[in-house]
Structures are given as C-alpha cells and as structure tokens.
Design a protein around this ligand. Sequence first.
Ligand code: 2HA
Ligand code: ZN
Length: 274
Amino acid sequence: MKVEDSKFVKDFIKLTYDAWLKGWHERNGGNLSYRISEDEIKGVEEELDQNSEFISIGVSVPNLANEYFLVTGSGKYMRNVKLAPKANIGIVKIDGNGENYKKVWGLLNGANPTSEFPSHLMSHSVKKEITDGRNRVIYHAHATNLIALTFVLPLDSRVFTRELWEMATECPVIFPSGIGVVPWMVPGGTAIAKETSKLMREFDVVVWAHHGVFAAGETLDSAFGLMDTVEKSAEILVKVLSMGGKRQTITASDFRDLAGAFHVTLPEKFLYEK
Ligand code: 2HA
Ligand code: ZN
C-alpha cells in the first residue's frame, strides 16, 4: 500500500488540519508524532527507503529501539500537511540502541523531524513503558487559552488541575490524573524533554508555561480529544475570570460524588478545601 493511502497516515493528516482550524498552530507552531504499529509498517514497507544515514537523536530511548514514527517536520506548518504530506511529515526509524534515527519516507528536500523530537521521544518512551505499549501519540499544540492561563494561575499542577476540572463536569472523567506544569524553559532541548517526560509518568497532559501543551493518547482521536477538552475548559476559565470570577462552582465533595458515579479515581491532592 502507498504510505499516503494507509489509515494511520490519513488519520494523522486529519488531526493536523483539524488542529490548524482550531487556531492552535500559527506559522510552524506545534508538532505531532505517532508510534507506528508493526502491522501498519508492514503494510507500507515497499515504499520505505532504508538506505539513509542515521542521525543522533540527542537523547537515549532504548525501549523505542527499532520503532517507526510518523512525525511532523521541523519548521513545517500544520496547515500545509494536508496539501503536501511528503514535504511536511515523514516516517523515521529508531536504531537498535535508541540513540539515532533515520528518515525512511517523506521529509523531502532535507527536512528533519520537529525541533521538539527529544520531548516527543522521551515522552513516548515513558508512555510506552507505563501503558504496556498502548499509548502511541504525543501531540504538542499552542492552545491559546491554556497559554493565557499560565500568565495568571500559579504554575502549580494542583491549581491548574482543580481550576480546569471545575470548568466542565466531564473534565475529571476525561483527565482524572490531572495536568502537569513545566515552568518556563528553553524549548527544543533535552532539559525540557527530561522535565516533560518525568511529568508524563503521572499525567497525560503537560502544560509548558508561556508556550503550549503536550498531550498523550492511545489514538490520534483520543490525543486530539484530550487537547480539545482541556483547551475548552481553559477557554471557559478565561471567560469566567474576565467576568469577574466565579460566584458558584463544583465543590470538592461534588467531585467525590462524580468519581463514584463514573468509576474514576480522582487523587485527593486535587480535592483540597478552598
Ligand atoms: O514546532 O512548537 O515548540 C514549533 C514549536 C516548538
Ligand atoms: Zn511549541
């Protein structure tokens, strides 16, 4: 099968365009990676070029050895992926040590994987380990309202989680483990990759202060849906704060009732009395 005809590539492209329409991907902002399954890669094997050079990743991810990833290109625009997939996204293969990658499809004209590839791969590494391989997607967006909140709320996971849970009843059910927060750091490097992947042990959503958000998911739909839910909740909070703040809200004891009814575990550290 042609790479561009396979379902995982079509689903990946759909996410990039939906996300552009959301307004989260100005210029080359944001990036996406998908860990391809063995069956999916077998289906497109004939179109892969295994002869390219290995390039250093900059981080070590031994449990991703020999895995294939579909990834957006560095400097590429989400809005252009749909128009010219082969120039804007590509498939890379990790080497047997988890320290180098090579391009096997796409990323035409010398393009490289996203500048945030270290953060993507270190987060994939953690998520693969703790979900028994079920997690396949890491998605970074410049979600407007979440970024705005990082200028106003304390940069504390307990506060972000609790405030965003309060903004829509379904939130604690969609992200019961809460939201991690990384203080401002230089993007694109290994330090922010380490910090993000550490938080990915506990959370599926990690906010980068004054920059954006990382979301993890088993499918492209679930990662996008998670980003969409968290950003919607942030939008409501921005509106509420702009209207002078809450007059009433969902209480800690309401959340305990919700947890019982929906069979989710909500960590008590987020249900503090205010
Ligand atoms: O891809 O979003 O964080 C550009 C970025 C860097
Ligand atoms: Zn970014």
